[in-house]
Design a binder for this molecule. Structure first.
Ligand code: PSU
Ligand code: MN
Length: 307
């Protein structure tokens, strides 16, 4: 350990953090590998704008030419969205990307890690990575889970997508000691659908209750994440019949083509967007928007907390 940090924080984010003002981290894999071009670029810009309108400073995270950055300027944000050679970087990829000068998008795991390192406490994403279907054989479980177990950050998501094994993911969240609360819901949301059949132990009614939970976690000395599960409003959900049909096809094609490793999640998401004729894309974007709004509200409540 040298005690030095190679993470570069933008001036805007640095000033906000120094002032104790609300800051929300945003991931870039969802932009580069979760949404199709060119819509992804509009979304990247829009999400930042939404956080600002809501009173929080956005901090999109990525690695640019080997430099881990928290808070991107507009050319870098566009580059992440536009360039086909932007790689997907989870935590284990970060040191190599930094050492070799690569440009890459950060997943939930690597975004959470970099944001927490510089003192950011709120993070908005779409869906978390989790345990894939058939993981009993493939061992395919996202590094998002183990990283969140050791990273003190509050992540707002719309649950996990049904491309994953939702029950197994919830079991792993429990084992790993990751606090999970439903935001005005008592069931775990299913990303494209507001509800799953899985009940949650804890429900919170507003942003202030999440901030109070964060304070309590800190006072207990916990260093694990808090997952805030924020369901999509019912009128924004994907048609369940379309959802079920496309899911079955996407999973079968991934299997047939032998898709493995970090290519699995982008393959399933791309297939979903294509096969629903773009309907899942709009639902996906709405889910992320909702999560940014709730994360900003929590960041405001957290910033007002006496701590
Ligand atoms: N789930 C989604 N949309 C996404 C992702 C997951 O619904 O865009 C992205 C996130 O960046 C997440 C990553 O951290 O995929 C997980 O990838 P993997 O399963 O390879 O760990
Ligand atoms: Mn995986």
């Amino acid at each position: 350990m040298t005690g030095r940090s190679n993470i570069v924080v933008s001036a805007t984010v640095r000033n906000a953090l120094a002032a104790g003002a609300p800051v929300v981290a945003l991931e870039s894999t969802l932009i580069a590998h979760g949404l199709p071009r060119p819509r992804n670029r509009e979304v990247a810009v829009e999400l930042e704008e939404l956080a600002r309108e809501r009173g929080a400073t956005p901090a999109t995270v990525a690695v640019i030419d080997g430099v881990p950055r928290v808070g991107l300027d507009e050319p870098d944000l566009h580059r992440i969205a536009d360039d086909a050679d932007v790689v997907k970087l989870s935590v284990r990829d970060l040191p190599v990307a930094c050492a070799t000068g690569w440009t890459g998008a950060t997943t939930v795991a690597s975004t959470a890690l970099l944001a927490a390192r510089v003192g950011i406490r709120l993070f908005a994403t779409g869906g978390l990575g989790g345990v894939h279907r058939g993981a009993g054989d493939s061992f395919d479980e996202s590094a998002d889970l183990v990283t969140l177990a050791a990273t003190p950050i509050t992540v707002v998501s719309a649950g996990v997508k049904s491309i994953l094994d939702i029950g197994a993911t919830l079991e792993r969240l429990e084992t790993l000691g990751i606090t999970v609360v439903g935001y005005r819901t008592s069931t775990f949301p299913g990303f494209y659908l507001p509800h799953t059949t899985y009940d949650l132990d804890w429900r919170v009614g507003d942003a202030g209750q999440v901030a109070a939970t964060m304070t309590a976690a800190d006072m207990l000395g916990l260093t694990s994440a808090i997952v805030v599960a924020n369901p999509l409003p019912t009128d924004q959900a994907l048609d369940p019949a379309l959802h079920d049909r496309v899911l079955a096809d996407a999973l079968a094609w991934a299997e047939d083509r032998g898709i493995r490793g970090k290519a699995v999640t982008p393959f399933l998401l791309e297939t979903f967007h294509r096969e629903t004729g773009g309907a899942s894309l709009e639902v996906n974007i709405n889910a992320v928007r909702n999560n940014v709004a709730v994360a900003a509200d929590i960041a405001l409540a957290w910033s007002a907390t006496d701590r």
